[in-house]
Each structure stands twice: as C-alpha cells, then as structure tokens.
Design a protein around this ligand. Structure first.
Ligand SMILES: [Zn+2]
Length: 394
C-alpha cells in the first residue's frame, strides 16, 4: 500500500547508503546492533552519524530519508552490505570465515581489477544449520533513525539471492532450498519492521534484470525464479506498508558490474509481476535511454528513476535533472513518478560533500519541474541565498 509516497507528487529520496564521516571509526563486526549500542563509544558515533545523515537529507529537502546504512562496517567496496546478514543471522558458522570461492563466469574480476579486491573481501561465514532471523535487528535500527526525524525513514535490505550466492553452504542440499530459507527469514524480519510502523521498506537488488540481460537459462537460477523469490520475501508486507523493489547495475567501490551501459528492456515485463508498490531503476548513468520502455511496460506501479549517478563525482546540474524528469513525464504520469538516485553513494569512493551536493541538486532539479507544473516545492535550505557566506558584489 502507498504510505510514504501517498500524498506527495514527484517525491524525492536516495537509494540508501551515504559516505561515512571520517570520525565514525567504530564497526559492528560480529557484535549485534543492540549489543554494540550498549557501548558509549559506538552509540555516540552511531547516533551522531545517523543524525548527520538525516540532517543533510533534510537540508537538501528530500521527502523520504534513509539512515545512510549506518550499521554497515567500513569494508572494501561496501562488502558489509552482503556480509551483514551472514554475521548476524542464525545458521551461520561463527569464526573461521574464509573468502568464498568465485566462479570465473560473467562477473569474475581478475587480479588487477579493483573489484578483485571485492571478491577477495567476500570473507563470509559458512551456513552450517537452519537459517533464521538471528540478530538482524532491523527494527531497532529503523527506530534509532525514525525517532530523530518526522520524515519517513526508508529501510533497505539486501535480498536472499545475493546472500545465498556469496556464501558456502554445508547445510542445505541445493541452492533453491538455501534461497527459500533466507527468503523466509527475511520475510519474518520485515514483518516485524512493518508492524513497528516503518512506512517504506526497500528490498534491494533481486537478480531479475541481471539474469534477464545475461540471458541466463539455468533450470533453477533464472529471472522467473528471481521474481518468485522476491514475492516470497515480501509476502504479506504490502497489506501493512509500502514496498519498493530496487534495481541497478551494481555499486561496490562505486563501480558498475558491467563494462557497457545496460538496458532494462528484456526484464521489464517481469518487473510487472513483482509484489511491490514502487520499482526503482538506474536511469542517470544510462542517459535515460529506457524511460519510454519503463512507461510503456510498467502500468500499475510507481516508477522511481535515478537522476543522479552514484559512479561519478561530477554533480549533476539542476537543469539536467529537470530535463531528465521532463523526459520521464512524457511516458510516466506525474502521480506515478518518484525521483531518486541510481544507487547508494556510500559504498567506498565518494566524499560526503559530493553526496550532499548530489542530493541538493536532485531536489533543486525536481523543484524546477514542480514549479512548471504548479506543484508545491520542497524547501532546500542548502540553496537559500540568504544564508550564503559570500556577499555578492553589486
Ligand atoms: Zn543499487
């Protein structure tokens, strides 16, 4: 059901992660979030970081905010996004983690490539028993952020497939059973989060489009199965809250996983089948090449387009963003269009100021279009000339 985006035209948000402040030196490691929050040094740094993240998004003028994925550790390429569940769910071995073997298939990155470090950093616990929620503790994390702001905090999570692909398994007989078990555990966790009042939950990166464009015809791991996994993971959630399905072409170390810019076209009919209210698409990095296809294929869900690129340090100009939104509005009705970033900006490589000014540009660009359409504009304090420290010459 629509909650966070219910009453806003052209709502603005980002995908999730933000660059770490340099003074945030604590990491969770294998400690649970609640355990770590007992420590004054962790709690101070964590709460300060989330406060800064929320404040920067509010100063930019975003409508829906995130906690910047502040619970993730300072890992190579943002590996913590994948590793967090393996360190905190039940069924994983504690101790003795080793790099997960990587196949030399389509997404193999040889030594000498920056993403080889990412492969070497997949130091994951093995599955040794039935998988369960364990200490994921998404609800207390969301609460720790939501109590600092009146804006809805979107909570994002990795999905079961990527966790299943990243670990060695000594318990389940096949990968399908492993993915189902992870899906059911995430589903239980997300229900608790929705019951606690979270107005928007973002499920990140089902493999639908990544399998569809690579023409994967595997009997088990194929795009149809990926839709089934998504729907199993979010089962029942839309009766309680707003569910987003995020898709992109990768962002470890702010890299895309493919050498060439990809088109979503082959996967779009499948996105119609996912049990979500909003589908997010990377669009800035592709120059908006799929906008017409998004509008023609996705007819009964909201469509979030990325108008800022997480791979580059160049800050998009508000006029460019406004133009991107105008192009999207040719194919997507204004009441179904959401404005976002292509992906998270905090998985190693971008500075806080770059991420901040990208968010500011995102809101300024959206405001240009809102003005043209007679819609209410968001306050963007960061761009208010009254507070400039430089006195303009006459
Ligand atoms: Zn992404």
């Amino acid at each position: 059901m629509y909650r966070a985006t219910k009453d806003i035209k052209l709502p603005t948000t980002i995908t999730g992660s933000l660059p770490r402040p340099s003074w945030y030196t604590e990491n969770l490691g294998t400690r649970s979030f609640l355990d770590a929050m007992v420590s004054t040094s962790f709690r101070d740094q964590y709460v300060d970081t989330v406060s800064v993240y929320l404040h920067e998004q509010e100063v930019a003028g975003l409508d829906i905010v995130t906690d910047g994925d502040a619970h993730f550790d300072q890992d190579i390429g943002g590996q913590s996004w994948t590793a967090y569940p393996t360190r905190h769910m039940a069924g994983f071995e504690r101790g003795n983690p080793r790099p997960t073997p990587a196949g030399k298939g389509g997404l193999w990155f040889p030594p000498g490539h920056i993403l080889h470090d990412y492969l070497e950093s997949r130091v994951m616990a093995n599955i040794v028993g039935p998988v369960g929620r364990g200490d994921l503790q998404y609800t207390p994390m969301w609460k720790a952020a939501q109590r600092l702001t009146k804006k809805p905090v979107k909570f994002g999570t990795i999905g079961p497939e990527l966790v299943a692909f990243a670990v060695a398994d000594r318990h389940y007989k096949n990968i399908k059973d492993r993915i189902y078990a992870l899906a059911d555990a995430f589903n239980e966790e997300l229900h608790e989060l929705a019951d606690a009042g979270c107005e928007v939950i973002q499920f990140e990166e089902p493999q639908i489009h990544l399998l569809a464009v690579r023409n994967i015809v595997d009997a088990v791991i194929n795009p149809k199965f990926s839709v089934e996994v998504f729907n199993r993971t979010v089962k029942g959630l839309r009766a309680k809250t707003e569910v987003w399905c995020h898709s992109c072409w990768g962002n470890p170390s702010q890299q895309r996983m493919f050498a060439q810019v990809q088109s979503y076209k082959a996967a779009l009919p499948l996105f119609n089948e996912v049990d979500a209210d909003v589908i997010t698409f990377e669009s800035c990095s592709a120059g908006g090449m799929d906008l017409e296809a998004f509008g023609q294929t996705i007819k009964d869900k909201k469509i979030a387009i990325g108008v800022i690129d997480h791979h580059t340090l160049q800050i998009e100009r508000p006029e460019e963003i406004a133009d991107h939104i105008r192009r999207a509005l040719k194919y997507i009705p204004v009441e179904r269009l959401v404005i976002s970033s292509d992906c998270g900006m905090g998985r190693e490589g971008m500075s806080r100021r770059h991420a901040f000014y990208k968010m500011v540009a995102l809101v300024q660009g959206t405001n240009v279009v809102r003005r043209e359409l007679g819609l209410p504009e968001a306050t963007c304090l960061a761009a208010d000339e009254r507070y400039s420290l430089v006195v303009p010459t006459k």
